[in-house]
Design a protein around this ligand. Structure first.
Ligand SMILES: [Ca+2]
Length: 78
């Protein structure tokens, strides 16, 4: 179980990876703030100059980012 201030990326294959406290982050000033004590996912918001992270309710519908190897044809389902 994760505690507040720990975030986890989930991958399609079920693997997940915790973003450690001392790892790279790019949060907006004042984030993560866990508004309402239910912001357990991360979104990227573009403010016109930077793309910064915000913790967000996991029910929010957003576009997503996928990673693929160069030169390998990959089908994206979803
Ligand atoms: Ca937030």
């Amino acid at each position: 179980m994760l505690s507040e201030n720990e975030f986890r990326w989930f991958f399609e294959n079920g693997h997940s990876e915790v973003i450690p406290h001392n790892g790279y982050t790019n949060f907006e000033t004042g984030q993560p703030d866990n508004t309402g004590a239910f912001e357990h996912c991360i979104e990227i918001r573009y403010n016109g100059h930077n793309a910064l992270w915000n913790d967000r309710n996991c029910d929010a519908v957003r576009n997503f980012i996928c990673e693929a190897k160069l030169g390998v044809q990959t089908e994206i389902v979803g």
